[in-house]
Design a protein around this ligand. Structure first.
Ligand code: HEM
Length: 419
């Protein structure tokens, strides 16, 4: 190699570095993540064209139809519609929302009694068709329940609970609405954190410690705001109603003793299929923060959490993958020797562990207290609570052992003197 080759190689490297500095390689846009709404779908559609009126009519009356035991009768005579008239992603998301809610109502209309073995073809076929287009499973997921299921009462008003409503509902009245909308507020509180995550990765790529410090401070504040938002669950959701009336409609047909064999999707598969229910364990925000901070959960928890990623929109799943493959933030901070960066990183980890601790107390309130009330016969007019769910979460894990393990492995990433 002569000197001119070396000069040209150095030139190439400099050009590459310049390029890296000019255009940060990590952007949210690439993953369909909104700067304003994060993982929430910005301004979801509320209506489909007239052709889809039969779905809309049923979906918008679900609580009444379920409570009067009429839903299955209505679904059985629903026309079989094709998804080919859905024009774009937003219409597909709304179709998935409508069909997955109708499916949960259909399966759980009678609680744990008389559970159907078959989802009829006029529901199963379009649900599977639109699920394939979106890369989602054919069941209600966090993205249906929360990310695409919101509207502003006053379109020019703020994204605050008093100005928000759900598009589709299930039994549980105001508590169901509160459960969806408080979860939405947690996702909204995560938005500055998601932007800070991108800034942190770009700062590491460009070795910019000042930017990294700012990003970590923003991330910590955002995680603390998520905990604050989660506190509102107590104001809007009654534990007894959550336990006895809401939980079952979020349950799936995988690892669920009430429907151990799974569900046949008529016209799709002759074998029963198994899918987990809707859970905020499918929230991309938590997974992405774990990846950024280098949190390593136990093998068993990781298996469950990775499984939950299959229930996320594919672009959000790809986002987690991209964060995972970015250079390690933790290693960067350890090798920088900067006390300020260490402290800022530790504060993020502590805030995430604190969020998880608070979540555990929420689960205790909503599952244990709900169960105790149910045992005392203190549920009044509410239906007999589901038995198969007494010990397990809606996604089918041994709840507290799992949640505490995930919280503890988060906390274990705090950098101390010996690291
Ligand atoms: C009444 C409110 C809530 C209850 C009863 C509840 C219950 C549960 C349960 C039982 C699990 C275990 C996994 C499963 O079975 O799916 C879980 C996991 C999880 N939940 Fe919740 N949850 C609630 C609200 C929320 C909210 C609002 C969020 C945030 C958006 C959230 C985020 C998570 C996450 C991220 C996990 C996975 C474990 C982790 O990463 O720490 N949950 N939840």
């Amino acid at each position: 190699m002569d000197t001119s080759d070396v000069t040209s190689m150095v030139g190439d490297m400099e050009a590459q570095n310049m390029k890296l500095k000019k255009s940060p390689p990590f952007s949210l846009e690439r993953f369909h993540i909104s700067e304003d709404y994060g993982f929430l779908l910005p301004d979801p559609l509320e209506e489909l064209s007239n052709y889809y009126k039969p779905w809309m009519e049923i979906a918008s009356n679900l609580p009444l139809m379920i409570e009067s035991h009429q839903l299955r009768i209505r679904v059985d005579v629903m026309p079989l519609l094709s998804c080919h008239l859905l024009k774009d992603r937003k219409e597909q998301y709304l179709a998935h929302l409508l069909l997955s809610f109708i499916t949960m109502g259909y399966v759980w209309q009678e609680g744990e009694n008389n559970i159907p073995k078959v989802l009829p073809r006029n529901l199963a076929l379009p649900l599977v068709e639109v699920s394939r287009s979106l890369g989602l499973p054919p069941i209600l997921v966090h993205s249906d329940l929360v990310l695409t299921n919101w509207k502003k009462k006053d379109p020019d008003g703020p994204l605050e609970i008093r100005n928000l409503d759900t598009i589709v509902s299930l039994p549980g009245g105001e508590s169901l609405k509160g459960f969806v909308l408080v979860t939405l507020l947690v996702e909204k509180a995560a938005v500055p954190g998601i932007k800070a995550l991108a800034q942190a990765i770009n700062s590491v790529l460009q070795s910019s410690d000042d930017d990294l410090l700012q990003a970590l401070k923003k991330l910590k504040t955002s995680i603390a705001e998520m905990t604050k938002a989660l506190r509102q669950m107590h104001d809007y959701v009654d534990p007894a109603i959550f336990y006895a009336a809401i939980r079952i409609f979020l349950s799936g047909w995988k690892d669920n003793p009430a429907i151990a064999e799974g569900l046949i999707y008529e016209g799709v598969s002759e074998e029963p299929l198994k899918y987990s229910g809707g859970s905020a364990a499918q929230s991309t925000s938590f997974h992405a923060f774990d990846e950024l901070l280098g949190v390593c959960h136990s093998k068993e928890s990781t298996t469950f959490l990775h499984g939950m990623q299959e229930y996320m929109p594919p672009s959000h799943r790809a986002f987690i993958e991209e964060v995972r493959s970015a250079p390690s933030l933790r290693e960067y901070i350890l090798s920088s020797g900067s006390c300020l960066l260490r402290e800022a990183y530790n504060q993020c980890v502590a805030a995430l562990a604190e969020l998880r601790s608070y979540h555990i107390s929420i689960v205790a309130t909503y599952i244990l207290t709900g169960a105790a009330k149910a045992k005392d016969g203190g549920l009044g007019h509410l239906p007999e609570p589901p038995q198969a769910l007494a010990e397990v979460g809606t996604g089918g894990t041994t709840v507290f052992r799992f949640l505490k393990s995930v919280r503890d492995t988060t906390l274990a990433r705090i950098i101390d003197q010996s690291d």
